[in-house]
Design a protein around this ligand. Structure first.
Ligand code: 3ON
Ligand code: FE
Length: 478
């Protein structure tokens, strides 16, 4: 047996990053180490659960926490911070009541046992998973509902967005659209799951208008968190999961707890071309949340994805705060080479250590590329919270790390190019990430030089408070 490496963090430190942030603020960041590059102009928007309890009543899973948007605006070497909760009617109702009124998808039940949860099949749209800026609209996204539109200037909630009625009442716009830098279009998708599931591919123009490119039906239940995009294909990993909703209906478990990996069942790539033709190709069983990137090369399609050996679910009535990291399945970065003509899929392990939140240069989305930035644990094997940012050279296989262990905990890295011209080096830019710094019990926005990722940060901006561990965001230069 491989001996687990000694821990890179203290559990007490890690847990502090899951305290709720109850306040909304707007201020100039005035504690800065190093220097914010003058060429760094634009706004970093990021989303994630801001409250993990209501009045001390705890949510059972971080993904059930209410969406809170942070905006950090950079100009002339200065940075301004703003945060606001997405003011969904459910958020406002729970704040007013001072207790949990809704079941959460992943691990939260209303107090009072199964009797107070039975037959309550509503999903609370927590709008907590991603935030994108498109066509002048700032949209807070969640996987199973319509987006919430926000005022990009001050983060005030405008309301649910249905794109002038183009997004039907029963349709959803998931949390992982991808922007095609060449056309300015934002490509997204929606899933209506069931015994047969319907996948809709959406295009949002650079004026913010939504249209449906295609709709395909696949047999079986689908849990599709993300997709990969190339100019000619929209690519999904059909995770071999089943959804057995009875315990959810009876109030005994949450919807997410009723999902499980089907034993010995292959995963499938779903390739949807621009005309809406579907091709499915089998590969080894795994579970994928996030794809890194994809591109077409001669007769093949390359897809890079973070794969888990099992669906990382929480058992009913357990608290994520008690999780044993040694037992949590680890995501690893794999490269899949798909040949649609031959119907073959090959896979190769790229990053062995536990990792999540892969990103690439925005101009490389759907194109051949060289560098991936990804969150990783601070040791080579086993599992732990993410404490390092990795840069992977997909051509040479070189791996570099910037570790914030033992007291720093990272969030999604976001790559910002210094210069948007097509000729600049692919790694000429910065990697921005929000770190929970347990030493000060506050968060830092760290700016790394992408060409010297393991070097001293270009700047570390100390916020005046902590920001709970979050999910995804976007940088916009507009
Ligand atoms: O029929 C339904 C299908 C469906 C789409 C069942 C359902 C209600 C469970 C459902 C809803 C799914 C939702 C709401 C998914 C939301 C996902 C989410 C909020 C986040 C996922 C994040 C994934 C990862 C891998 C995060 C990793 C984070 C770290 C390693 C750092 O802490
Ligand atoms: Fe995600």
């Amino acid at each position: 047996m491989v001996q687990a490496a000694s821990p890179t963090f203290s559990r007490q430190d890690w847990l502090k990053g899951y305290e709720s942030l109850k306040t909304e603020q707007a201020y100039w960041i005035d504690e800065i180490e190093g220097q914010i590059p003058l060429e760094l102009e634009g706004t970093l928007f990021r989303n994630g659960p801001g409250q993990l309890d209501i009045n001390g009543q705890k949510y059972g899973h971080p993904f059930d926490g209410d969406g809170m948007i942070c905006a950090i605006a950079f100009k002339d070497g200065k940075a301004h911070f703003t945060n606001q909760f997405v003011k969904t009617p459910e958020f406002l109702a729970e704040q007013k009541a001072g207790k949990i009124l809704y079941r959460g998808v992943f691990g939260t039940q209303k107090a009072g046992g199964w009797l107070s949860n039975i037959f309550d099949l509503r999903n609370k749209n927590v709008a907590n998973t991603n935030v994108v800026y498109q066509g002048g609209k700032l949209l807070a996204l969640w996987e199973a509902a319509h987006p919430y539109s926000l005022n990009p200037k001050n983060l005030d909630t405008v309301g649910l967005e249905n794109f002038g009625g183009k997004l039907g009442a029963r349709e959803v716009f998931t949390a992982h659209p991808r922007k095609d830098d060449r056309t300015g279009e934002l490509w997204g998708f929606g899933v209506q799951p069931g015994p047969k599931s319907k996948i809709s591919i959406y295009r949002v123009s650079d004026h913010g208008e939504l249209s449906t490119e295609s709709q395909v039906e696949v047999s079986g239940f689908c849990f599709l968190h993300d997709f990969a995009y190339t100019p000619n294909y929209r690519i999904f990993m059909q995770n071999p999961v089943s959804f057995k909703p009875l315990p959810f209906i009876l109030g005994l478990a949450t919807a997410g707890e009723c999902i499980e990996l089907k034993p010995n069942t292959p995963s499938q790539f779903l390739l949807i071309d621009r005309q809406g033709n579907l091709q499915t190709l089998e590969t080894d069983p795994c579970f994928v949340f996030h794809h890194c990137n994809a591109y077409e090369q001669d007769d093949e399609i390359i897809v890079d994805s973070v794969c888990y050996p099992d669906y990382p679910k929480l058992e009913p009535n357990t608290d994520f705060r008690d999780v044993n990291f040694d037992q949590v399945v680890a995501g690893q970065l794999w490269r899949f080479t798909i040949n649609p003509k031959l119907g073959t899929v090959q896979r190769e392990l790229i990053l062995e250590r536990s990792c999540e939140f892969p990103v690439v240069h925005p101009r490389c989305m759907g194109q051949e590329y060289r560098y991936t930035y990804i969150g990783a644990i601070a040791k080579e094997s086993g599992n732990a919270p993410l404490q390092a940012i990795a840069k992977i050279d997909m051509t040479t296989g070189k791996q570099e790390f910037h570790s914030f262990a033992p007291r720093g905990f990272i969030s999604e890295p976001i790559f910002v190019p210094r210069d948007r011209s097509a000729t600049s080096a692919e790694d000429d830019g910065w990697v921005l990430t929000l770190i929970f710094n347990a030493e000060h019990n506050r968060s830092d926005l760290v700016i790394l030089d992408a060409q010297n990722i393991s070097g001293k940060p270009v700047a570390t901006l100390h916020l005046k408070h902590h920001v709970p561990y979050g999910l995804h965001g976007t940088f916009t230069q507009e």
